[in-house]
Each structure stands twice: as C-alpha cells, then as structure tokens.
Design a protein around this ligand. Structure first.
Ligand code: CAA
Length: 384
C-alpha cells in the first residue's frame, strides 16, 4: 500500500501589494526585492479574512471533489493562531460542516508544523487505510513596518488530503530530522508580528538543512542525484537558491543535481504571494505540479524548516496522471483577482490589524467564508 497526498489545493488573501511600491517609498533599488530576495508581490488579508477563512477556501475544492467520507482527522498547522486554547481547525470544522465523528487539532512549530501534520496523517492512514486525513497549512506572515522582514510578508493556505493509493504524491517512509533550541525567529504571545534575527535565521536554516540531510542519508534516504526537483521552505524564494547550493555542495559537489534552474518551477507562486510560513513549502510543491513539466514517476525532495528550530528532509514520488488532478487555472485566477492596494492603504491596514474588544468587519473578502468580527471575546464566521 502506498500513502501520500491524494489532493492539494491553495488559497491566498484577497489583496496584493507590489514590492516595487515598497522599494519606491523606501528609496531603494527594487532589484533588492525582485532579484536579491526573489519576491515581486505579497498577498495580504482583508479585514474579514484570517487563517480560518483562507483554510476554508483552500479546502473546499478538495471536499467538493472527494466528499467527507473517511475524513476522521483534521490537523491544522499554523504559526498565526487565533486563539490560545481553541484549535483553528475546530472553527474550520464548523464553517465547512465536517462530520461530528472527527478528531480536530492545531499544531505549532513556526513554519515547520504542516510537515509534522502530514507525518501524523501518514501514520493514521497506515493503521487504518479506510481513513483519510485533512491537513491544513494556513498563515498570515507579519513583520513590523520598517523592519528587515517587512518585504517578506504574505498570506495563504494549502489544504491536502492524505490517503492510501494517492493520486498526486506517494510519500516515502524515510525522513531526516533536526532540532535545535535557538532564537532565530519567534513570536511572543503579546505580539501579532514576528521577532527575527534575519541573518542568523538564514544561517540556522542552512545548518538545519545540513543536519536533516545527514540524518536522512544515515537512515537510508535516497541519493541527491536521484531527485528530479527539491521543494524547499521559501521564507523568500531566494532562500531556496541558497539551500539548493548548500545541499549540492555537501551531497553532490561534482554533479548537476544542484542546478538552480531546477528551482524555477517551484518558486512561481511564492514569489507572488510572499511568505506563508507553514504553507510555503507546499505552495512550492503546488507551483511545481502546476507549472513544471510532467514528472510522473520522478522523486521529489522536500526540506521543511521552522524557526526555533526544526528541520525535516523527506521525499515522495509523483504518481502518473497527477497533472490531471491539478486546478491550475483556479489558483492562477485567485492570484489575478486579488485587489491591488497602494502604499498608504498597505500601511493603514498594517497598523489597523491589531484590533481589540468587540467589532464587526467590513465585507471585503472574495471568498465564501468570512470572519465577521468578535462579540464577547468570540470569533464569529459566516458562510455565503
Ligand atoms: N539588486 C540585486 N540584489 C540586491 C540588491 C540589488 N539592488 N540589493 C541587495 N541585493 C541582494 C543582497 O546582495 C542580498 O543577497 P545575498 O543574500 O545573496 O547576499 C539580498 O539582496 C538581500 O539583501 P540584504 O541581505 O542586505 O537584505 P536584508 O538584510 O535587508 O534582509 C533578510 C534579508 C535578513 C533575510 C530579511 O529579508 C529578513 O529578515 N527576513 C525575515 C527572516 C527570514 O525570512 N529568514 C529566513 C530563514 S528563517 C525561516 O525560513 C523561517 C521563516 O519563514 C521566517
């Protein structure tokens, strides 16, 4: 029996802000953003969007195609949780009308936790192959205005159905693991923006890649030269280039597997959406599936990283016919439909983000599910 990703679908916030606009107001060359960090735009959320509404928008096409039968577990991975106690997936369970017979939880470890969620899903399906697990990765990536991370903000969600005999990606059993208790990026409970030691975080990312790779190989993982592509966590897409170069240097110094041209198909969505924390590596996969050549039967590597810090390297093989499962036009349509906002509106929205007390939100989202506001400390959602 093979187990893996049976379906995958994504959504982003309904607003878009161009980094050219940011560079112009900062009085710097836009080349720093377009080439130096490899980002052109960032997706931003409207007042009535959050991790739950984006998750619902990402998951709906999967549920419409496959139904809810067999889905007894929903694991929601996020860095930008909306409640300290109640799992975001319980809100999602409500708005999507999922069956009551379900275990529904949220998991956290910065940008890494969707990979843990997938591993949990694989274990559940292995024990009981009739079950399917809905995994959600959804985040709003926020940094302070005028900080080094500002240009790497973004928002988006990826939903995946983990099942036996998957139609998209068969996930192989070997993983390489790495954890170290460090302070490269974190977000204390009283903040909606992350704190980050930018240069150090890049260094820890690369150390974690090396550590996870060495553990992957020590546990019988495949050779680097056997990967058709590698999807990396992309806090900004240029990070994938740094990662590929580092991995090639230690794993295949004389070969062509480290060719950075091979990354091109994996960065298209992230360059236009920005950092989506937990969702970023799976947006890289979706970008490859949608925009790359047909790689059926080929092995794809994955490096998942979450600051703080945890890294995991694993692999999967693309299933023949996977291209026919893709909803390429739909995601590209969502990107095109985003409403562009200019610098002043961007700044205004960034400052207005942290609202407290009871409030109602303006009706702005392009999605079917909206965050309506807060009443008596309760988050309210409505579907249309
Ligand atoms: N044309 C072309 N390139 C240019 C340029 C121009 N005009 N001007 C500058 N550049 C290049 C620089 O040479 C540099 O390239 P290298 O990295 O190859 O040296 C690149 O643009 C960036 O320039 P700086 O290093 O000067 O940029 P910075 O210090 O202002 O910011 C950063 C870089 C620290 C990574 C910042 O974006 C940041 O803090 N980001 C948030 C943290 C982050 O994403 N860390 C990644 C690892 S942690 C992680 O992965 C978890 C997560 O999701 C957060």
């Amino acid at each position: 029996m093979t187990i893996g990703i049976h379906d995958i679908s994504a959504a982003t916030g309904s607003l878009v802000f161009a980094l050219a606009d940011l560079a112009e107001h900062e009085g710097i060359d836009v080349g720093k953003y377009h080439r130096g960090i490899g980002q052109t735009e960032m997706s931003l959320t409207t007042e009535d969007e959050d991790i739950v509404t984006m998750a619902a928008r990402a998951a709906k096409p999967i549920l419409e195609r496959h139904g809810v039968e067999g889905i007894r577990t929903v694991v929601f991975a996020t860095e930008s949780g909306i409640d300290q106690s109640k799992a975001a997936s319980v809100f999602l369970h409500g708005v999507l009308g999922l069956p009551r017979s379900a275990r529904v939880v949220e998991v956290k470890e910065a940008c890494y936790s969707a990979t843990a969620a997938i591993q949990f899903g694989l274990g559940i399906v292995e024990r009981r192959p009739s079950e399917r697990v809905l995994v959600i990765a959804s985040d709003v990536a926020r940094y302070e205005l005028n900080s080094s991370g500002e240009a790497t903000q973004g928002s988006g969600a990826v939903a995946m159905l983990i099942a036996k005999d998957p139609a998209v990606l068969e996930i192989e059993p070997v993983s390489g693991l790495w954890t170290d208790d460090v302070w490269d990026f974190w977000r204390p409970n009283d903040r909606s923006t992350a704190l980050v030691d930018g240069k150090y975080s890049v260094q820890v990312y690369l150390e974690s890649l090396e550590g996870a790779w060495q553990d992957y190989r020590a546990n019988g993982g495949a050779e680097f030269s056997s990967f058709a592509r590698v999807c990396y966590h992309q806090p900004f897409t240029r990070m994938a280039v740094k990662a590929q170069q580092r991995l090639a240097r230690i794993a295949d110094p004389d070969g062509e597997s480290g060719d950075i041209d091979r990354l091109a198909d994996t960065v298209e969505y992230n360059a236009r959406i920005g950092n989506t924390y937990t969702a970023s590596i799976y947006l890289a996969l979706l970008s490859l599936l949608d925009n790359g050549p047909d790689l059926a039967g080929e092995r794809i590597g994955f490096f998942s990283y979450g600051s703080g810090a945890v890294g995991e390297f694993f692999a999967g093989v693309l299933v023949p016919g996977y291209k026919a499962q893709m909803r390429t036009d739909e995601l590209q349509g969502l990107l095109e439909q985003r409403r562009p906002i200019a610098y002043d509106e961007y700044r205004h929205r960034h400052i207005a983000y942290d609202r407290v007390g009871d409030f109602e939100t303006a009706d702005e989202t392009q999605g079917d599910v909206r965050f309506a506001g807060i009443a008596e400390h309760r988050r309210l959602y409505e579907s249309r």
